[in-house]
Design a protein around this ligand. Structure first.
Ligand code: ADP
Length: 593
């Protein structure tokens, strides 16, 4: 995207959030413009004091005091108005940041599973928070930097133009030259160095984060020294770029100072000439000197402001990408909630290919799972078992065919109702860093404590809760790290028990569980799956003997379909071969009985 349309897009985005609070925004602009105009009038009032003193005599000083009162009054009014602006900006910015965060979060949450699989969680989080703070800096820079500078330049030039057209012209031209040179320096000279330095700054953080999170590996290879050197290498690269960037800022500051001195000479020289021609009073000269300070104050940081605007425009880019992105999987305009009475699942000539994959996983694939049947999916890793389940949940759109549940196409119902009808016990359940009770109740937040404990009992969660110091109120750690894999899966089963969905999907843990955990999980699953259409993705094959039907997958096709004993009876069959490679001879004999 070119820079112009990028700036236009950001401006539309920012103004959308400004105008979300129209009264606040209008008050802010009016107050800011008024406060700056008062500031422009202060130097004029200082000149009036001098003129009044010269015109008055010591025994009749009233006019001088009046002028002084004006001078002080204007100064105080300016200070007050400025603070009012700060209060207004505080409110508007915090509210708008909440709105930006809320909108971006809402959108990102609804992006497809595919999108999330391809994005780094940490970097998505950073993009959202960076967008929020960038909006804040952008608004501050406009409210406290650019808008007042503009008002001062116009106000001062207009005032002078009105009194002494020549001086007005000189000041306007000098300021335009100053602005053009400053902006050019900032954009073409300082910013590239800044960008390079910041890039290495991120690399430095990256190295730190990578090494510190990988500390276990660093320790086990006694590689601390190596990591020290790696960091130092990157830090040195940052060092000279940082110096260059800071130096360029300083050089740019010197050029600006020289230009400001030039402006001073032009203004005050013209002022003196006007005075000697009898067109300006000593008070006018005082006003000129004071105005000179005023202009310096407002223009000194203009280069910095321009760079801030450039940086924040870039920082808002990602949030804008989120905002403008189409949802990859969206509900149709006519989508209704799904209505499941029995839970019959049908794949009708389904074709599906992952984006980026060269070949379709499923091609013209048809299958019926009758209501209430308990089906096990087996096959080598990569055979398409998890994909099968994801398609039922409509985490992806099909390239052809339909998936029907009780006759309703999953593509035509709301995603919310569909996913609420499918209970999922994943391979590696994700728990939130919240209490155990909250984690269990995640499926149904209105569950009572009794219901939660009953579900926990059925899923054998109660057995390890006794060992936790705060029982059901114990926080489980980020992603549930404080629980073992088997315990996490039991929590997930308790969730599914509470959800009481007509369809159940169980993705067995691939890593081996201790035999007690495994027994508990098996019992809980048996109980849970009774009377529900159940799909078990079986990685370990030891749990599926009691299921009604086993589907053996190979490269997206079903190569065997039957009960355990039927498939075991086929000598040279794929299922039998899979079992043989996984189990010892004794286990096979037991399984064949
Ligand atoms: P299984 O569950 O049987 O191990 P999967 O259904 O997970 O198999 O995967 C089937 C095939 O699809 C594999 O070759 C896998 O590499 C590929 N695959 C899985 N997920 C994705 C994805 N998000 N993007 C692209 N390819 C994928």
């Amino acid at each position: 995207m070119n820079d112009k349309s990028k700036y236009g897009r950001v401006l539309r985005f920012v103004s959308h959030y400004w105008l979300m609070f129209p009264v606040l925004f209008a008050t802010l602009v009016v107050t800011r413009v008024a406060s700056t105009l008062i500031d422009v009038a202060v130097p004029l009032a200082s000149g009036a004091v001098v003129d009044a003193v010269i015109a008055s005599s010591p025994d009749q000083p009233q006019a001088a005091y009046r002028a002084l009162a004006w001078f002080i009054g204007l100064g105080a009014a300016f200070a007050l108005a400025r603070q009012l602006v700060a209060f207004l900006v505080n409110r508007m910015s915090a509210r708008a940041m909440v709105a930006i965060g809320r909108d971006a979060f809402a959108k990102v949450q609804r992006f497809s599973a595919d999108w999330h699989a391809n994005a780094f969680a940490g970097s998505t989080v950073r993009k959202i928070t960076r967008g929020m703070t960038a909006y804040d800096s952008f608004t501050d820079t406009v409210a406290f930097g650019l808008l007042p500078a503009f008002v001062v330049v116009v106000g001062v030039s207009a005032t002078f133009w009105w009194r002494w057209p020549l001086l007005g012209l000189i000041v306007a031209v000098a300021i335009v030259i100053f602005l053009v040179v400053t902006v050019a320096l900032s954009v073409l000279y300082v910013r590239p160095a800044n960008v390079a330095s910041r890039e290495w700054d991120s690399k430095m953080s990256g190295v730190l984060a990578d090494s510190i999170t990988g500390n276990q590996a660093v320790k086990s290879f006694a590689a601390e020294g190596r990591e020290d050197r790696l960091f130092l290498d990157v830090a040195r690269n940052w060092e000279w770029r940082a110096i260059r960037s800071w130096d360029r800022s300083a050089i740019s500051g010197i050029v600006q100072s020289v230009m400001l001195v030039g402006l001073q000479i032009a203004m005050l020289g013209t002022g003196l000439a006007l005075w000697s021609a009898g067109q300006a009073s000593p008070g006018d000269l005082t006003s000129l000197i004071a105005t000179q300070f005023l202009i310096n104050g407002y223009l000194r940081d203009i280069g910095q402001h321009v760079r801030t605007i450039q940086r924040t425009v870039n920082d808002m880019d990602d949030v804008l990408e989120f905002r403008d992105a189409q949802l990859q999987i969206a509900d149709g305009p006519e989508a209704k909630d799904i209505d499941i009475a029995n839970g019959r699942i049908e794949f009708d000539r389904v074709t599906f290919r992952y984006s980026g994959a060269s070949k379709a996983i499923y091609e013209d694939f048809s299958l019926v799972i009758p209501a209430g049947q308990r089906v096990g999916l087996v096959g080598h890793s990569g055979a398409g078992k998890s994909t099968f389940v994801k398609l039922i949940q409509r985490l992806y759109n099909l390239d052809g065919g339909r998936i029907l549940i009780d006759g309703q196409d999953v593509a035509n119902v709301t995603q919310k109702s569909l996913r609420r009808a499918i209970g999922l016990v994943p391979q590696d359940p994700v728990l939130f860093h919240r209490s155990l009770a909250q984690n269990i109740a995640y499926a149904r937040t209105d569950s009572t404590q009794e219901e939660i404990e009953e579900a926990a009992r059925l899923a054998h969660v109660d057995l390890f809760v006794q060992g936790l110091n705060k029982g059901y109120e114990t926080l489980v750690g980020e992603r549930g790290v404080k629980l073992s894999g088997g315990e996490r899966q039991r929590v997930a089963i308790a969730r599914a028990i509470l959800a009481a969905t007509p369809i159940l999907v169980l993705d067995e843990a691939t890593s081996s569980l201790d035999s007690v955990s495994e027994l508990y999980i098996r019992q809980a699953i048996d109980r849970l799956s009774k009377g529900r259409t159940t799909i078990v993705v079986a990685h370990r094959l030891s749990t599926i003997r009691r299921l009604d039907r086993i589907l053996v997958f190979d490269k997206g096709r079903i190569v065997e379909d039957g009960r355990h004993d039927e498939l075991m009876g086929k000598s040279g069959g794929v299922y039998r071969h899979l079992l043989e490679t996984q189990m010892s001879a004794g286990e096979i004999e037991a399984a064949a009985e």
